[in-house]
Design a protein around this ligand. Structure first.
Ligand code: NAP
Length: 326
């Protein structure tokens, strides 16, 4: 199996994968995609469960996504994961979208249903979109910090991206205590706040700060907002390294000087056991975790959607550890 396949491989899939056993019938589509740890995690689960399929990486550019998804649905794939930067674009390319994913507005897991004919008479499987990032995040926070998102005041950095949007919407679904949306392009965070506000249930606690707001990415304003926050989440690629254990120096999304010891710091990045954001948290005396547990739980939920059976969590966790992800 090659490390990375491309659209042109997909266009000649039987030649590109001739002799591959078990056949490649699951993938992650992204750009970049080389960093993705999903293949070893899912391949360990598939082997453990004696499922006759393997999972590969597909390097797909934004202008190739539609063609790639159509090819997957013709080539007998079971499904695919979608990673950055395609999660929002994938939603409109689905034949059906699960209600939870529609609420979140972002797709990270696709099921290819049994073959049928589409409106143009083409024979291909239907693409059904799901989102497991939001529920995976909730499980990760419980596992890492022993708390429920519903009891927390949360700040999300990168709320305008696919993962940030999924996490923000999940926080509202959980009825968290307070949600602060931060994004480099402030308009996207503001638009999301407007979109999420009708879903907001009555606050359980009334306080001096609004339960939902968008705040500009400006350190002085963030320092003030952090006084009323318990959990701060990095959902941007800032600090992401190309290989496990490589830390990007001085690339923490927030400086240690504005973090406080009461905070829980969660970095969705999993390419290093101690990311730059976590090192900044250490300096401020705050607890922190990287995104390995979110990767594990979102992956386990995707496995359950594809196969309708419980995912072998310990096997998947071990596979991640063996690949330097913990
Ligand atoms: P995406 O859709 O491309 O969104 C990227 C977000 O990051 C946007 O909000 C963007 O802001 C912001 N951003 C990018 N570069 C920035 C910079 N230099 N300064 C400030 N903000 C910047 O990507 P995604 O799919 O959401 O992924 C984002 C991160 O989440 C990645 O690191 C990915 O590995 C991680 N993730 C982890 C898991 C997990 O299971 N652990 C799951 C999903 C994602 P603008 O809107 O201004 O462009």
């Amino acid at each position: 199996m090659k490390d990375i396949y491309t659209l042109s491989d997909l266009q000649n899939w039987s030649d590109a994968t001739a002799g591959e056993q078990p056949p490649l019938r699951l993938a992650v589509c992204g750009d970049p995609v080389a960093h993705s740890a999903s293949p070893p995690m899912h391949n360990a689960a598939l082997e453990h469960c004696k499922i006759d399929a393997r999972y590969c990486r597909l390097h797909i550019r934004a202008n190739e996504l539609e063609a790639a998804l159509r090819l997957l649905s013709r080539e007998n794939f079971i499904g695919t994961n979608i990673t950055l930067p395609h999660k929002a674009a994938a939603l409109s390319l689905m034949d059906e979208v699960d209600e939870h994913a529609r609420k979140i507005g972002v797709v990270n897991t696709v099921v290819v249903s049994k073959e049928s004919r589409d409106a143009s008479g083409e024979s291909r499987g239907k693409l059904i979109g799901f989102n497991t990032d939001g529920p995976g995040f909730v499980r990760a926070i419980r596992a890492e910090f022993g708390v429920d998102v519903r009891d927390l005041r949360v700040m999300i950095l990168g709320a305008g991206g696919g993962a940030g949007r999924a996490i923000a919407t999940q926080c509202v679904i959980e009825n968290c205590e307070r949600l602060v949306l931060v994004n480099r392009t402030l308009e996207k965070a503001q638009a999301l706040a407007v979109e999420l506000s009708p879903m907001l249930k009555k606050p359980r606690l009334f306080g001096p700060v609004p339960p939902l707001e968008a705040v500009a990415w400006e350190n002085e304003m963030l320092a003030r907002a952090l006084q009323n926050i318990d959990l701060v989440v990095n959902a941007t690629p800032i600090g992401m390294s190309k290989s496990p254990n490589e830390i990007q120096p001085r690339t923490s999304p927030l400086p240690a000087s504005i973090l406080r010891p009461h905070l829980m710091v969660f970095d969705t990045i999993y390419t290093a056991p101690r990311t730059s954001f976590m090192l900044a948290a250490d300096e401020a005396g705050a607890r922190s975790a990287n995104g390995a547990s979110m990767l594990l739980f979102q992956g386990a939920l995707a496995f359950e959607i594809w196969f309708g059976r419980e995912a072998p969590l310990d096997v998947m966790r071990d596979a991640l550890r063996k690949n330097g992800i913990s």
